[in-house]
Design a protein around this ligand. Structure first.
Ligand code: SAM
Ligand code: SF4
Length: 334
């Protein structure tokens, strides 16, 4: 590696020695679902349109990040596919030198129509939220219908998006009778499965917390039906993986509460209004939109990002302070 690269890589290291190489980019705080643990029913207090970063502004910020060594971006929200022309944004971002992984988190409601175009635009990996395979229960959890999500998943597979990871929030008393069914579903369709612990965020935090389930229990439950062996997943992030023996299926466990992974956190989050959040569970932030609209230079923008990283907190405090209200997950980009 030459000196120039060394300089670049050294730039986005936070005070705890963590290298920041991943941006979660929330392209909207709106959503066409209302998962009860994420967004309150009837919630309409969305960011005003004139405050949304434009595609030009997003591209500028992400270019600055890539020049500072960030190679991975995930489009999220809210529901990213409700923002118009996400394929166009994807094309623009994948064209940036240094960005080698553009992925998407979606509820898949609108994926049926967009999967092909997104794949062509350079989206590689996708994560799809799916908490239940039972239409009635799915509707109780999300307020929406299951079938479009299943159609979206099949369209994604047809379009060659890979890997497709199913994100299932494991909830005591809600979907804890469906874990084995979800494993079977993923085996059948060639998807990867990840379980997530509920996090107490925003106005829905208490509801989420009421159904908290330690994923160790989920693993024990699955071990009664499947032979689980240690597994690895390239780009697997904070999930710890097992594999179902003699199958392709990898199962990840994302345990922000029972076993947090803050010491290896490599990411920051940019919300739709241009606020850079340094931690999902803390309020440390830097507002980029006013700077962008006041004509900040590229070099100064990069310096702002470098300075922002020095504000990254050591860890979230979901467990010790579950009643500390931070933003809704849909605002920050989960
Ligand atoms: N709308 C997209 C989706 O549902 O995948 C992307 C945004 S959503 C906020 C990203 C992820 O956050 C989803 O997997 C969702 O299940 C998860 N999530 C939302 N609120 C949560 C909470 N309180 N605890 C744990 N996970 C949560
Ligand atoms: Fe929407 Fe995703 Fe939140 Fe569900 S989890 S309400 S789909 S943003």
């Amino acid at each position: 590696m030459n000196d120039t690269n060394d300089d670049k890589l050294a730039t986005l290291v936070d005070p705890f020695g963590r290298r920041i190489e991943y941006v979660r980019l929330s392209v909207t705080d709106k959503c066409n679902m209302r998962c009860f643990y994420c967004m309150p029913k009837g919630f309409r207090d969305f960011e005003q349109k004139q405050h949304w970063l434009t595609f030009d502004e997003i591209e500028r910020v992400i270019r600055a990040f890539t020049e500072l060594g960030v190679g991975r971006v995930r489009l999220t929200g809210g529901e990213p596919l409700v923002r118009k022309n996400i394929a166009e944004l994807s094309r623009r971002l994948t064209a940036l030198p240094g960005l080698d992984d553009l992925s998407l988190s979606t509820n898949a409601v609108l994926l049926d129509k967009q999967a092909e175009e997104l794949a062509q635009a350079g989206i590689s990996r996708i994560n799809v939220s799916l908490d239940s395979l039972n239409p009635k229960k799915f509707e109780d959890i999300t307020g929406g219908a299951l079938q479009p999500v299943l159609d979206g998943l099949m369209a994604a597979r047809e379009a060659g998006l890979s890997p497709i990871k199913i994100n299932m929030v494991a909830m005591r008393g809600i979907n804890d009778d469906e874990f084995v069914d979800m494993v079977d579903f993923c085996l059948q369709h060639g998807f990867t499965l990840r379980f997530i612990e509920t996090m107490p965020m925003g106005a829905t935090g208490e509801k989420a917390n009421n159904h908290y389930l330690d994923l160790q229990k989920v693993k024990q439950q699955l071990a009664q039906s499947f032979e689980l062996i240690p597994g690895v997943m390239p780009g697997g992030g904070p999930a710890r993986y097992v594999q179902v023996k003699n199958t392709h299926l990898r199962i990840g466990f994302i345990t922000p509460i029972s076993q947090h992974f803050c010491e290896s956190c490599n990411r920051v989050r940019l919300s739709v209004d241009g606020t850079l959040y340094l931690c999902l569970g803390q309020d440390d932030k830097v507002e980029l939109r006013p700077l962008l609209r006041d004509g900040i230079s590229d070099d100064d923008l990069k310096q702002v990002l470098i300075d922002a990283i020095s504000l990254k907190p050591e860890k979230h405090e979901f467990k010790d302070k579950p009643h500390q209200v931070v933003r809704l997950m849909s605002m920050t980009g989960g």
